[in-house]
Design a protein around this ligand. Structure first.
Ligand code: NAD
Length: 481
């Protein structure tokens, strides 16, 4: 098998109404580690998008009436198939996204878990019954599936951002039209194929891949049969979409950008902080919305932390993700790579001391880890979501100063706090303006936990007990009983 070979079960056409649909024009999917073409896939038009809504709307009429246990068992089956074929998923992610094999495998397992978690949640949705205090009626609260859900996902987690939406939507009784990113559509189509094998009826999940996301999304969002939008991506695009959903007052779940601070406070265990930083910063090569984006380190630990972090970064082997011996893969595209290199140059011109910790191959979208010290809070790297292996370190004099700088951003997705113990960690975490805080550890994501942001990092929560409610409408019945 050639290194670039796709799993045999990888579809390349659109999935509409249970059929794989050929389009008039195609779209090339590129391997960012080689810039070679992996496949040509369907390029959906606005008409294809509306055909997907037609089939999702029709399928909703029956799917929404199925027993929760029936939907749960299909999701459980999807978990089982995905887990049995997990290497195919990791292979697709490593090839089209570029990330290291261990990250691709980690994401694939995490993605499959959403099918298991929401198969369990499907039959656990509670309603309510109570007597009105006035005594004139009873108050019954019910939940019903919203309808057709439009889903837009980013390239940095080609599988998990999809299952985190499709699994709760199907568990709730909704149907889906998914528009994956043009950089990583193959993983999305592969998941569509798994769902079909798991027994998802025709039209319940539809997938449209396209080179032009704007027009197709505008048409779908304007369609009165579409009941909700679930978006994961940048804050910039999220705001554009919110302007459109406002026109129909459409429920909009938004998982947006981040600018996560990583605090190393006085008395913290430096070795533990470095180990946590390697995960928080380097997972996915830094291309995670939760990635540690800026480091605030107490002056008593700053030199030791920087030296040890640099040594750990130098231990990474950089190269194509598909080669399992590499632990830092390619960025998703040449464009993304260039954006990161430009940010490093800007940091240098602002007076930062830049250390390149490793050698990146020159013939793909690779960036070596870079440490940037001697910078102030407010400089470019502390204000911008870098989405790459760049480590800006700011030295702070106190915990209060670190908290103030950490919160000085319009984002509020994730924070990391390394403190002398978990008690102090929790105390500081309560002051962080972010939806999630990892305390003395480098990762927080868990399908059973509520994932989401404060401020401009988003609206709503995915996963946990909250995730299914993004696809359920609450309804109250007043009745004398
Ligand atoms: P992006 O916003 O550029 O694209 C996200 C999706 O929106 C893609 O499918 C893209 O094709 C589509 N899109 C782009 N323009 C559009 C338009 N005008 N109308 C409709 N759809 C459009 O983001 P990206 O570069 O793919 O992903 C990186 C961003 O996603 C980062 O900001 C990251 O923080 C964020 N992200 C957030 C989370 C979270 O859970 N909060 C998770 C992963 C990524």
């Amino acid at each position: 098998m050639s290194v670039d070979a796709l799993p045999a079960s990888t579809p390349t056409r659109l999935l509409i109404g249970g059929e794989w649909i050929q389009t008039a024009t195609g779209l090339n999917v590129i391997n960012p580690a080689t810039y070679g073409t992996l496949a040509e896939i369907g390029n959906a038009t606005v008409e294809d998008g509306i055909a997907a809504v037609d089939s999702a709307y029709e399928a909703f009429q029956t799917w929404s009436l199925t027993p929760a246990r029936y939907r749960a068992e299909i999701l459980r089956k999807a978990f089982e198939i995905m887990t049995a074929e997990i290497e195919d998923c990791a292979r697709l992610i490593a090839l089209e996204n570029g990330k290291a094999w261990s990250d691709a495998m980690g994401e694939s397992l995490y993605a499959a878990e959403f099918f298991r978690w929401f198969s369990e949640e499907a039959s656990r949705v509670e309603g309510g019954f109570r007597y009105s205090p006035s005594g004139d009626k009873t108050i019954i609260t019910d939940h019903r599936p919203m309808g057709v859900a439009y889903m837009i996902t980013p390239w940095n987690f080609p599988a998990a951002m999809i299952t985190r939406k499709i699994a709760p939507a199907l568990a709730a009784g909704c149907t889906a039209v998914l528009k994956p990113p043009s950089e990583t559509p193959l993983t999305a189509l592969w998941i569509g194929e798994i769902l079909q094998r798991a027994g998802v009826p025709a039209g319940v999940v539809n997938i449209v891949t396209t080179a032009k996301s704007g027009p197709i999304s505008s048409a779908i969002l304007a369609d009165p049969r579409v009941a909700t939008l679930s978006f994961t991506g940048s804050t910039y695009v999220g705001k554009l979409l919110l302007e459109q959903t406002a026109q129909r007052v459409l429920p909009s779940s938004m998982e947006l950008g981040g600018n996560a601070p990583f605090l190393v406070l006085e008395g913290a265990d430096v070795d533990k902080a470095v180990a946590g930083a390697m995960v928080a910063k380097m997972r996915n090569g830094g291309a995670a919305c939760t990635a540690a984006n800026r480091f605030y380190v107490h002056e008593s630990l700053s030199a030791e932390f920087t030296t040890k972090f640099e040594a750990a970064l130098r231990g990474l082997k950089i190269g194509p993700g598909i080669d399992q011996s590499n632990n830092l893969g390619a960025m998703v595209s040449e464009n993304e790579r260039n954006k990161i290199v430009e940010l490093i140059d800007q940091a240098r011109s602002e007076g930062g001391t830049v250390t390149e910790a490793g050698n990146a191959p020159t013939d793909g979208a690779f960036v070596a880890p870079h440490l940037v010290s001697g910078i102030e809070h407010g400089s470019i790297l502390t204000r911008t979501e870098v989405f790459g292996p760049v480590v800006p370190i700011v030295t702070v004099g106190s915990t209060e100063e670190a908290i103030k700088m950490a919160n000085d951003t319009e984002y509020g997705l994730m924070s990391y706090v390394f403190a002398k113990d978990n008690g102090e960690g929790i105390h500081v975490a309560r002051k962080m303006q972010s939806g999630m805080v990892a305390i003395n550890r480098g990762i927080a994501s868990d399908p059973a936990a509520p994932f989401g942001g404060m401020k401009e990092s988003g609206l709503g929560r995915e996963g946990g007990f909250a995730g299914i409610h993004e696809f359920l409408e609450k309804q109250y019945f007043a009745v004398e009983l």
